[in-house]
Design a binder for this molecule. Sequence first.
Ligand code: CP
Ligand code: NVA
Length: 321
Amino acid sequence: MAVSLKGRNILTLRDLTTEEIWQLVKTAETLKMEKLRGQQNKVLEGKPLGMIFQKPSLRTRVAFEVGMSNLGGHAVYLGPDDIKLGKRETTEDIARVLSRYVDGIMARVFSHEDVVELAEKSRVPVLNGLSEFTHPSQGLADLLTIYEKKGCLKGIKMAFVGDGNNMAHTLMFAASKMGMHINMAIPEVYNPRKDAVEDAKRFAAETGGSVNLMDDPQEAVKDVDVIYTDVWLSMGPGNTDQQEKEKVERRRIFLPYQVNMDLLRLAKDDCIVMHCLPAIYGEEITKDVVEDPRGRVVYDEAENRMHTAMAMMALTMGSQT
Ligand code: CP
Ligand code: NVA
């Protein structure tokens, strides 16, 4: 069935159908191949993208900015001190004004409600570049990477090990929509949002996948094709004393959830290890895992951020179908 994402927002993979996610992954694959062959695809010729960042970024910023220029458009970076979302002026006014200048908005925000409000008030598509709830542009790059490495998505077994954070939500949505089986090894006190788990389980029931919450990382990684982890403390509003205290407490609770060689030995021999990066080596993942060929995948995954960002922009802002 032909689907069209033209003019649509991408705020969470929860809102997309399996077909729409496939279209994004396959378009990213095509754009990547074209780029490797040196073919130019200027589907966004002359179009500007506004990029709002409330938090730091390497991958997301560069993936969208370079991706936009690859497609013939250009990006305007608005950092934390430029527009001060919701402080200097309302989020609503920022959406209304910015969308008079640009053809698309990508936003990295603290609160997911802000990206929802931007989308509601904007005339142009809004793409979520990470909120505390979810990180869909990363999830799409992860799906492309798994598809490239394993040749399929349906039936793939995956374990997420760590915090029930924005990446946990993203991967539950991604896996359940694509008929994958995902074990979530998370200490109970840091479990993902209940509504996200319920939705993901519902999607999995429709696609033949499964979502299993558990607290034993060793049990979770048995027989899986993919192990995924992320930082134990996500980017917050600042380095407050409270956060520092929390860091120490989290380190204590999460240490048994570290992805290290001992854990990797329990998975399939050809299991790959993924991480959205940035990583804190010696905490959620050890350096030797990333130096192992099964863990070097994290750099292919990072590269795929650009190809999937291009697919998101081409499909929502351009005429690419
Ligand atoms: N993975 C990811 O979103 O990286 P950045 O924070 O560097 O954008
Ligand atoms: N969970 C991490 C992801 C960073 C890409 C964070 O929100 O900081």
